[in-house]
Design a protein around this ligand. Sequence first.
Ligand code: ZN
Length: 320
Amino acid sequence: MVDVLARRDLPDPRAAVTTRGGVGDLVDLVAAGGVCVLTGAGMSTASGIPDYRGITGRARPANPMRHADFVASAANRRRYWARSLVGWKTFGEVEPNDGHHVVADLQRAGLVDRVITQNVDGLHQRAGSHDVVELHGTLATVSCLDCGATVDRADLQHRLRARNPQVAERVGVISADGDAHLVADADFVVVDCHCGGPYMPDVVFFGAGVRRSLVDACYRSVQDCRSLLVLGSSLFVWSGLRFVRRAAEHDRPVAIVNHGPTRGDDLSAIRLDDDLTDVLAVVRDRLVPTPAPVPGSPGPVPGSPPHRSASSGRRDAVAP
Ligand SMILES: [Zn+2]
């Protein structure tokens, strides 16, 4: 199995970026429609979820949970769920930011055909995007490794809290994977499936592969689209880079908006190193002056802000 999350040679995240084109070029690209959007951790940093490879220069934890380790060891699962219990308190409360809302607006306006995300936070869907492909799975559900039963992560949280009230009070620092570091777990009680099997989050851990059918569907989306727009991903893992390669092979222009260098820079027609939320706000203002109403909703109230969003102050809610 190919480890799609394997780390490659990581350039300095503060290295100079050779930009190509400007926001106006990006507006023209999106205005043509048929856009396939690919998003990474940088998409959710404004919601307060840290991006390990972004401009903050933070390194990914030295020992991220690997798939094989989770499956093989009850002690590893205890460590994971203890951290997850603490991390979920924050992770479960994060809100989509303006960037997520712009992507949803562009999709409602018929300009974005498909959203593929490497994030597991579900924020695109909560902002109103539909048919989102979650390449690395989702933290919203967990499944039993033995019988395959699936339950909501939020429901599991209640059960974990009930069994571990002392751990639930602890404070940790969440990661992009939704767990928390620095949580002692010696006294933690894991909650298992009713069949006795262990639960596992429905995410792709390090050392695991993305389902082939999902990858093929993404390849088709990339080939069927008119352009590929990469938002907030350094493309340092093959999981996302392969779609940039595929787009380039099929002469689909690639636009990348990301702080810091990416592995797809050489393949991009448009390359912006600016703040993601600011760039997307310009694109929406030029192309969707009035946010499209959500089906079934009365639409924005005159004089009210068009979007509910996470304020920039939320960054501080989860200090590095
Ligand atoms: Zn089970």
